[in-house]
Design a protein around this ligand. Structure first.
Ligand code: NAP
Length: 283
């Protein structure tokens, strides 16, 4: 058995490796890759096979995928560069005739109008065209994205955004990783999972929960999309990311990062970590 995890050097990838080992997968059956593989020394020490996987270097992909039964393909991190990088991954997986290719995409990929989703949509189309057995692991937002906003929110007494009353089906990276592993090990090909936290929350609910747990008043300042883009630009977010991030909030307002599918909790066989519990752990 050979299970390959790409981008294993990142936050999600490391949690995936931990989840695979927790499921009892033999360390030497796992090939963990990324560009900066020195970050994986601890896993190498426990017997995981660690090797360079660089989406810009097809020969590293060919070497990693040779004989692979299952590949967890974690999306690359630079929007705009991802389409050719992801094409390299899919071409190499096809050339190696891997048994199963599971891709971590974006929630509601085939209906969302979010600018940030276009790379994922193009990737899903290329995956389909490859003819390989494919599993789509469509991830909602990481709860950690919101936890990271707490210090600033406490300093200013406010969270800013443009998402109105839109619900966000965020979940922790650890929950996504556990679900990715469950799907990777159990899938036959053709599955599509819309993955998000069970309850979801609005930004006003997030502000209220921060206030409740810290005893400091935090409010949500909901801005028109263009005003929020200007705010992002004024605090140093470069174009076009200011526009892309403001558009994410527009999409949240329109319900595009919400799911009621229950796929994530079904995959991990327990309720997803709540906002309150994740905040408590972080604080
Ligand atoms: N759902 C969300 O809220 C959300 C938020 C942010 C990102 N994402 C997506 O989810 C992915 C995983 O998230 P994360 O938190 O683990 O991100 P992260 O900690 O920033 O890790 C990014 C990973 O992508 C790898 N990578 C980037 N470019 C690569 C390339 N050209 N070739 C090979 N590997 C490459 C990095 O490898 P090296 O470090 O070894 O270079 C690293 O392992 C991200 O890459 C992004 O596509 C989702």
């Amino acid at each position: 058995m050979s299970i390959v995890v790409t981008a294993a050097t990142g936050h999600l990838g490391r949690l995936v490796l931990e989840a695979l080992l927790a499921k009892g997968v033999t360390p030497s059956d796992i090939v963990a890759g990324g560009r900066s593989i020195e970050k994986l020394q601890d896993f190498a020490d426990s017997g995981v096979r660690v090797q360079v996987i660089d989406y810009d270097q097809p020969e590293t992909l060919a070497a990693a995928f040779a004989g692979a039964d299952r590949v967890l393909f974690i999306s690359a991190s630079e929007p705009g560069r991802r389409i050719p990088q992801h094409k390299n991954v899919i071409d190499a997986a096809k050339a190696a005739n891997v048994g199963l290719l599971a891709y971590t995409g974006i929630l509601n990929a085939d209906t969302t109008t979010m600018k940030l989703a276009s790379d994922h949509l193009a990737t899903e189309a290329a995956l389909k065209a490859s003819g390989l057995p494919v599993v789509l692991l469509r991830h909602g937002w990481y709860l950690e994205n919101y936890i990271a906003q707490i210090p600033g929110a406490l300093e200013r007494g406010a969270l800013a955004g443009a998402s109105g009353g839109g619900r966000i089906s965020a979940a922790t990276r650890a929950d996504f990783a556990a679900a990715d592993v469950a799907a990777l090990l159990g899938a036959k090909g053709g599955e599509v999972y819309e993955m998000g936290g069970d309850e979801g929350f609005t930004m006003s609910e997030l502000a209220a929960e921060i206030s409740r747990q810290t005893g400091q008043q935090v409010v949500f300042n909901d801005l028109p999309t263009e005003e929020y883009r200007e705010l992002l630009a004024n605090v140093g977010v470069p174009a076009p990311m200011d526009e892309v991030l403001a558009d994410v909030d527009r999409a949240i307002r329109d319900g595009e990062l919400y799911t009621g599918s229950g796929d994530l909790s079904r995959l991990i066989n327990r309720p997803t970590t709540t906002l309150a519990d994740a905040l408590r752990a972080a604080l």
